[in-house]
Unconditional design. Structure first.
Lengths: 196, 196
DNA sequence: GTCTATATTGCGATAGAC
DNA sequence: GTCTATCGCAATATAGAC
């Protein structure tokens, strides 16, 4: 059964803007193009957004909130440190691939935000990285992982997922599940966690 | 002894433009700003560049050529596959950190190029990735490495170096050499190469 | 090579009618 | 909420004097 869900204008605008920002970049995208893609004229946009920059901030803040929620959910079970880390990595990688466009914007367009708006996004990002770092350190303390430097391990995991967001497209050489499986293995190898 | 080397206007313009493109993005940087940073007025720029886009292409093409040259040089010695891979990784990581700004531009501003200019850069990038891939496969054939998927290993190495280019600044928590050493170790762990 | 001046275009944002 | 019209500004690129 197909449900027809009415999306609010604000939702449509955010989705179309994200698509355009991904394809052409924030600065290279005009609000006239966003309006056209949303079935509106440029003047009407301002009934739904405060400014072009605020629109970008909503997109970037939203994706970080969703990412954080997705990982928190994934690790919310009883299990040892490695089991939870493995679950976090899988969710982390899957999220970055599935929502590649918004993730890419979140990384490429940080410079396009004013300093205060950028600080909001960076704070969310830092919170997320600490969550991963805790899992790594926990695995290290339990002697389940050989931690070289927790912070750099986090960076490595973030780097891999971010990179995937730049090239992943459904229907490629590998399925999403295969990619997630392989990258999770590589990540755990970096920690010298014995393969299952 | 300090040598005063006269740089050509074209060189100054490229260097200043790279700095500005890194800080603010290509689209957000005006040629007036590039001119001012180069000690010129905007009209005079056109005695040295064809167009703003061509200036970007020169920067992006140049960094790829330099990267390729640097890695070719690093692996040009007699040694087994792992020794050469290790040398390639160290050069790869060091280059990305030392020339972080241009590397960052090379990744963030691909979208800002026209399709034909983009193809030029992508071809160079592909050639570079094949070079790394060959080293990995060679190590695998020699049973010196446990290769999961050569292409994804390359992506993983590229991802790590690219990510470093986004945050590395001299004078941070770790020296460049320490960072290179750790990341090289992590990379070789992904291939299950025994640590030296 | 440098400069000033300008042509042309498109931008974000707003005003005000409906 | 939608629209049309427009303001004020800044962009790339060019022309032509020196």
């Amino acid at each position: 059964m197909t449900e027809l869900v009415e999306r609010s204008s604000a939702e449509v605008i955010r989705a179309e803007a994200a698509k355009l920002f991904f394809e052409r970049g924030y600065d290279a995208t005009s609000l006239r193009q966003v309006a056209a893609a949303s079935g509106l004229r440029v003047g009407s946009l301002y009934n739904h957004i405060d400014s072009k920059e605020h629109l970008l901030l909503q997109i970037m803040g939203g994706i970080m909130d969703d990412l954080m929620g997705s990982i928190r959910l994934a690790i919310d079970f009883d299990g040892d440190a490695v089991a939870r880390l493995r679950a976090a990595l899988a969710a982390h990688l899957k999220f970055h691939a599935e929502r590649a466009q918004e993730v890419f914007i979140g990384n490429a367009e940080l410079r396009s935000l004013s300093e205060q708006a950028r600080d909001v996004v960076i704070a969310k990002r830092h919170e997320y990285e600490l969550l991963l770092q805790d899992l790594i350190e926990e695995a290290g303390r339990a002697s389940l992982a050989d931690v070289v430097d927790a912070r750099l391990h986090v960076y490595s995991f973030v780097a891999q997922a971010t990179h995937i967001a730049g090239w992943f497209k459904p229907g490629g050489r590998m399925s999403l599940d295969e990619i997630v499986e392989i990258y999770t293995r590589l990540a755990l190898r970096e920690l010298k966690v014995p393969e299952a």
